[in-house]
Design a protein around this ligand. Structure first.
Ligand SMILES: *[C@@H]1O[C@H](CO)[C@@H](O)[C@H](O)[C@H]1NC(C)=O
Length: 355
């Protein structure tokens, strides 16, 4: 009896996958951007798919994604809903027809490999899914902290584990401390003229930044297997320390184990190249900036007029109709030389609203 208890106690110490089996999961990820205030437009995207993980050797596994569907949200929460984006689904699915390989041992993912034509953007999506399987389980301690590699970088994680006495399942809660990272997947832009003091830095950082995962792990002969997991990430920030205006990003993701079966046929895969570890890889961000058609000649007076108008209509409450103008100002500022920015600053610095 004692031997048996000891065996199971130790066995759960590591998450692992059986290389002879195929695990089928359902995945859903949702990202939402907005101000979180009633009657204001928000945007978001949702991705759902099925994920199969099959072993090819003791520590190498293959991930296959199928039934991929993207949906977009552009509108007011409660009034509008997600609409399917078949073109985006097709484009991403086309890159994911070829399997992705990765190494997996003791609940740790390394060396993600894919065909050369799979873009970093798509590998980032895969990182978001694979991140669920990167979990350190310690059964000797109920609460522990350690540094771990994740999509956010090399950051400190706090874990708390709890065993369900009846089902023997384990609930593991992991909180990633994004303010305590040795290497953080973050970029700062447009800081050329920023004041580099402590207060300015603090103001520019996120107001709220939290990441939490909750896993349900069932004991298996090999160790522990994730049957269900939920992730929640919140980032609220106020890039210009705008009065009372924090911008919110909320992301949730879920996986559920659908089936687990003996692998019948070996997985076929073509040539692959290394795409790195789980840490998010930045891609050229310019391609992702929304563009509105406008004449970009002589940007200074145009930007000045738009900023005045935006400040006037938004003095007391933000107005949905002006989001186009905000994008226009953004574009005009990007094409403006430094002297133009200085000229604007001279005009605006005395007026608190325009500043
Ligand atoms: C995923 O695994 C399930 C169960 O083994 C199987 O029925 C399904 O065909 C697999 N899907 C893909 C895309 O390989």
């Amino acid at each position: 009896m004692r031997g048996l208890l000891l065996c199971c106690f130790l066995a759960l110490a590591k998450l692992s996958l059986n290389p002879k089996k195929t695990y089928e999961y359902r995945y859903e990820g949702v990202v939402n951007f907005g101000l979180g205030m009633p009657n204001l437009a928000e945007s978001g995207v949702r991705m759902t798919c099925k994920v199969n993980i099959t072993g090819v050797s003791a520590q190498t596994f293959v991930l296959k994604i199928s039934n991929l569907a993207f949906a977009e949200f552009n509108g007011v929460p409660g009034k509008n809903s997600f609409t399917a984006s078949p073109k985006l689904s097709q484009r991403i699915a086309a890159q994911l027809v070829k399997p992705i390989m990765f190494d997996y041992a003791s609940g740790h993912i390394s060396d993600i490999r894919a065909s050369a034509d799979v873009s970093d953007t798509v590998v980032n999506i895969v990182r978001g899914i694979l991140g669920f399987f990167q979990v350190t389980v310690k059964t000797t301690q109920r609460i522990y902290e350690l540094e771990e590699v994740s999509i956010h970088g090399k950051c400190q994680s706090s874990y708390a584990t709890e065993e369900n006495k009846e089902t023997k399942d384990m609930t593991i809660t992991q909180v990633v401390d994004l303010s305590n990272c040795r290497e953080k997947a973050a970029v700062y832009r447009g800081m050329a003229t920023a004041v580099l003091d402590h207060v300015a830095k603090q103001r520019g950082e996120s107001v709220v930044s939290s990441v939490r995962y909750v896993y349900t792990v069932k004991p298996t002969a090999e160790g522990g297997l994730i049957t269900k997991a939920h992730g929640l990430e919140r980032q609220y920030f106020t890039p210009f320390n705008v009065k009372g205006g924090t911008f919110k990003m909320q992301a949730t993701k879920d996986i559920v184990l659908l089936s687990e079966s003996d692998t019948e046929r070996a997985v076929m895969f073509g040539p692959v190249e290394s795409k790195g570890n789980l840490v998010y890889k930045f891609v050229d961000s310019k391609v992702n900036i929304p563009v509105l058609m406008q004449n970009l000649d002589d940007p200074v007076p145009k930007a000045i007029a738009l900023i005045k108008r935006l400040a006037d209509v938004n003095s007391y409450q933000i107005d949905v109709a002006t989001s186009d103008d905000t994008l226009k100002v953004y574009q005009l500022l990007r094409v403006m030389p430094y002297e133009g920015l200085e000229q604007m600053w001279r005009q605006f610095k005395g007026n608190e609203e325009y500043r």
